[in-house]
Design a protein around this ligand. Sequence first.
Ligand code: KIV
Length: 272
Amino acid sequence: MAAEDASQRRLTLRDLGKLKREGTKLVVVTAYDVLFARLVDAAGVDVVLVGDSLGNVVAGFDTTLRVTLDHMIYHGAAVRRGVRRAILVVDMPFLSYQASEESAVINCGHVMQQTGADAIKVEGGSAEIVKTVARLTRIGIPVFAHLGFTPQSVRTIGMRVQGREKSDADRMVEEAHALEDAGAFALVLELIPSELAERITAALSIPTIGIGAGPHCDGQVLVLPDLLGLNEGFAPKFLKKYADIGASVKEAVRTFGDEVRSGAYPDAEHSN
Ligand code: KIV
């Protein structure tokens, strides 16, 4: 296959492991609608994640706890219509997979069917979650795991860097191994010290994807409105803004308003 054709080919989960083995960093961003899905897919990301961060950045909730299965299905299906090449992962929201293995199977299966996602993501590394990951994987639902700061547990763990204490770090390494053994195909590491992310990344054969976890992960993920400068006032240390779309939007809408008020728009060129 010519190099150009290869770059257009739809990626598979197998490709992600291969990229880790080759030492090629993986690029992951979130998207919540078809417009941005098309743009990020065309920009060549490896994975598009319909994160339950949509509760914060789209719905304006203060946590992800209020995000429902219906929200994820609606946004997941919209993003599916824009993603051609990248792997599409949809986050499972709070309460949709923790209550029992049975409810997890039904809800994750439902999300796969209703959205056309390639995989789902769940948070945590407890023994129950690990068992659920094994069951999901066995029945053919690929799982992206998530350790460190897990936003659905914000009420119990607080929004802070996780794994600073040696005992917490050792537990996280064990959980990471258990998730890999259970069949997870990749692991998000959120808000943990760089050295711990490096240790976990070296220990696993599946790719680690960091956010606020330093440079040693196999790839990086950012929440799209944050990296585009659309989420004003949100400025954690790890966040780099690659654009200032918020300012461009305000400027464009201000100019539209000025032209409507002055009568400059619509002019002859923009009238039938
Ligand atoms: O919900 C989300 O967007 C996420 C990423 C930050 C990893 O879980």
